[in-house]
Design a protein around this ligand. Sequence first.
Ligand SMILES: *Cc1c(COP(=O)(O)O)cnc(C)c1O
Ligand SMILES: [Zn+2]
Length: 417
Amino acid sequence: MTLIDSKVDLDFGPAVGLFCRECGNKVALGARHVCEECFGPLEVSYNFGKVTRAQIEAGPKSIWRYAPMLPVPQDAANRPVDLAPGFTKLLESVNLAKRLGMKKLWIKDDRDNPTHSFKDRVVAVAMTAGKTLGFTTISCASTGNLANAVAAAAARAGIRSVVLIPDNLEKGKVVTSAVYGTTLVGIRGNYDDVNRLCSEIADDRGYGFVNVNLRPYYAEGSKTLGYEIAEQLGWRLPDQVVVPVASGSLLTKIDKAFKELIALGLVDEKPYKIFGAQATGCNPVAEAFEKGWDVVRPQKPHTIAKSLAIGNPADGPYAIDVANRTSGSIGHISDEAIVEGMRLLAETEGIFAETAGGVTIGNLKQFIQNAALDPELETVVLNTGDGLKTLEALDTSVGFSSVIEPTLEAFRTAVPE
Ligand SMILES: *Cc1c(COP(=O)(O)O)cnc(C)c1O
Ligand SMILES: [Zn+2]
C-alpha cells in the first residue's frame, strides 16, 4: 500500500494522522489499518479547529454537516458523489417506554438511510477516503448491510465495486446488494472466513476495502450517529445508550463522538453509560465482558442475527473498555428473544427493525430486568437496520390472522366486533 506516501497534498480535512490504539505509534494518513510496531489497530487523530453549533446547523441535512469532525475534504466538491446518508429520525418512544416502565426513551431510527442501515454512514466516509487515496475499485467483507451500502454508493459514484459475503446470507441482503450491479461474490464460509480472505485480497489487488485497509476512515463514519443523537436532543447527551455490537466499532465510536462533543464545547460534560447488545448465538464480546476478560475469545456464530454475526470482533476489547469505563454493560439474548424484540418494537412503535434491532430491544428489556440500566434515566436505543431485509426471521411467528372465503358471514365469524 504505497498509494499515499508519494503524494503530499491529500485532503483529509481536520485529520492529521493515524495512531496505534495499543502502543500510540504515530503514522501518516494512508491506506493502512494495522500498526507495524505491534499489529494494533490504527485510528484517525485530529487537530480540530473551532467548531460551532451554528456552523453545523447551517450544514446539509446529512452526515456532511459534521464534516469539520470527519477525515474528509471540507468542501463538498471534493467529496465523491454520494447518497447523503445520515440525519435520520430520533423518535420519542411512547408505547414501548410505557411497556418497559421507562421514563424517557428515544429510538434513533437508521432505517432512514439510503440502503436502510447505519452502514451508509461508514461507507460514505470510507469511500471519500478511498477517492482521496486514488482507489478505483472499492470492496468489502460484509455480513449483509455493508454489502448493500458499498454496492449502492459505488453505483452512485460511478466506480467499480467488488463485494464479498457469506453465501448463506438472507435473500433480502443478497438481492439488495446485487441489484446495484456490483460484482457480488458469495463465499462458502462465515463472515470471519470472508474477512480473512479479504485481508489476503487487499494485499494481492489494489482494492480499497472499506473495512480492511480503509477501516480507520470507515470507523469514523459511525461517530455521526453519536453527533446526531446529541444535536437532536438539543445539544445534550443522553444518560444511557444501547448499541448493537458486531465488530464493536460502532459502540466505541458513539463514545468517541460524545467525548469530542464535550471537548469541543458543543455539549455540557456529564456522565453517560453505554450498553452493548449481542445475540447469544454470537456473543464473544458479551462473554468476555461477563467473565471480566480483557481479550475476546473467538466463536463460531450461529444466530438469526446475521448482521451481528462476527465471531472474531476486531474492536471487542475496546467496546468492553467503554462499557466498563462508563458503567454500562454488554448483554446477550436468545434467538427467540430477538424475534420477540422485533415484534415488540413493531407492535408498540410501528417500527419494523431487522434482527439486529430485535437484539437491541431484547437486550434493553433484559438490562432493565437485571437493573443494569435505570428506567428512570433518559435512554437512547439504536435501530440500525430494516426488517424488510430479514423477513425469514419472522416466517414462523407472524402471518394471517385468518384466511376466509370472500363472504360477509365468514368475516363476521373470523373477526370479532
Ligand atoms: C454492522 C452492523 C452493526 C454493528 O456494527 P459494528 O461492527 O459493531 O460496528 C449493527 N447493526 C447493523 C444492522 C449492522 O449491519
Ligand atoms: Zn502499535
